[in-house]
Design a protein around this ligand. Structure first.
Ligand SMILES: Cc1ncc(COP(=O)(O)O)c(C=O)c1O
Length: 408
């Protein structure tokens, strides 16, 4: 099958007829990629500043991915009924990097939240605390779209069509120390927090607030679930974003870049909570298969070599400085620049919904989140010259959109 045969109009017509309309896609048909660049069906190039929403962190057509994909073709899947060589090795990497004890593998970020919530309830029950089943989550949070993960997702627009959701899920105002201390109580099984909220607009929790959540959990024997599906695994310049603070998680959740494009998620669990799950309590057919785990081991080799994280820090700082400079020039419309490593949000004073299309027309991929925030999650291999090129186009769009907002 050659990619030249594909035509955007034909693909759109086919999807309009047969695909459920849960997404409003951008009008572009990607057929291949190389480094940080994607190519469409008519040969146009696009610099990628969203990486498939934080997944394609080594870019496209990376030699390590190419090699594993061909070598692992003879054993892509075994199920969890049997051993294969790579799951244990990957669990070792995750536990060594986090200081936690054991891992459970699944296939997506949503499934990690689901596993973490189930583990918390099962663990509390095993301690003889049947009534300790509630969850505390934060305003602005996003943890997934299954009934469990959605129940601890604050944003009303995602929840409304599916209510009533799982009972016992309570929301506290992100950053409010007093509310955290009072709402986390003897009925709380676990607290779930994104170290940096992604879908909520790239909003970091301060180290002090994370410490307050940690202390409040410890005071009532609740577990602390740290959701690093979007901000973890090198995105912020450290292996995990919570490592910028003094806290440790009881359950850490990771996914997105973990399988380098092949679906893979994991929860990594502290020693005290690992016996929450006993054989048969939880499971998955695909989770932690040989292809995904082997790709992930290649990713960890890149992370452990050190240059990749250093590059994320350097390019992330450069990106942030350039944005702060732009903020000086456009102080009346750039409200806030929120950036750690290559997880970057720029909040404007007006809606950002037109930015992705206008940037696409100029050959750049990025996205808009939480109404007024431009979000950038480039591959970790992005270069300063590529950042410069993107920001030149972004500034043009910024000026255009500010003018349009003023006229409305
Ligand atoms: C912090 C966080 N948790 C969970 C999820 C859900 O992950 P997935 O879409 O892989 O199910 C996301 C997805 O964006 C996320 O950002």
């Amino acid at each position: 099958m050659t990619t030249e045969r594909f035509d955007l109009n034909q693909v759109q017509q086919l999807e309009d007829k047969y695909i459920m309309t849960t997404y409003a896609r951008q009008p572009v048909l990607f057929v291949r990629g190389e480094n940080s660049t994607l190519y469409d069906s008519v040969g146009n190039a696009y610099l990628d500043f969203i990486s498939g929403i934080g997944v394609n962190v080594l870019g496209y057509d990376h030699p390590r991915i190419r090699r594993v994909l061909s070598e692992q073709a003879s054993l892509m899947h075994t199920s969890n009924l049997y051993y294969h060589p790579y799951q244990g090795l990957l669990a070792e990497q995750l536990t060594q990097a986090s200081g936690l004890a054991r891992a459970f593998f699944c296939n997506s970020g949503t499934e990690t939240a689901e596993a973490a919530l189930k583990l918390s309830r099962a663990w509390q029950r095993r301690q003889g605390r049947e009534n300790k089943y509630e969850f505390v989550s934060l305003t602005g949070s996003f943890h997934g779209r299954s009934m469990g993960s959605l129940s601890v997702t604050a944003q009303q627009k995602y929840r409304e069509p599916f209510e009533p959701l799982v009972p016992g899920c309570n929301f506290i105002k992100a950053g409010d120390h007093h509310e955290a201390r009072t709402a986390i109580n003897e009925r709380t099984a676990a607290v779930i927090v994104e170290t940096i909220q992604g879908e909520g607009g790239v909003r970091p929790q301060s180290p002090e607030y994370l410490q307050t959540l940690r202390d409040a959990c410890d005071a009532v024997d609740a577990l602390l679930i740290v959701d690093e599906v979007q901000c973890g695994l090198g995105r912020t310049g450290k292996t995990f974003a919570y490592q910028h603070s003094p806290i440790q998680a009881d359950i850490l959740t990771v996914a997105k870049p973990l399988g380098l494009g092949v679906p893979l998620g994991a929860i990594v669990v502290a020693e005290k909570a690992v016996d929450g799950f006993r054989p048969g309590d939880h499971g998955t057919t695909f989770g932690g298969g040989p292809l995904a785990c082997r790709l992930s081991l290649e990713f960890f080799e890149e992370l452990n070599e050190g240059q990749l994280l250093q590059h994320v820090n350097e390019t992330g700082d450069y990106f942030k400085q350039k944005l702060l400079h732009l903020q000086e020039s456009y102080s009346s419309i750039i409200k806030e620049v929120r950036a750690l490593g290559l997880m970057i949000g720029v909040e404007l004073t007006f809606p950002t919904k037109n930015f992705p299309t206008k940037m696409l027309e100029r050959g750049f991929l990025m996205n808009s989140t939480n109404e007024t925030t431009c979000r950038f999650l480039p591959p970790y291999i992005i270069t300063k010259a590529e950042i410069d090129a993107m920001l030149t186009a972004w500034e043009e769009v910024l000026v255009e959109e500010a003018k349009a907002a003023e006229e409305n």
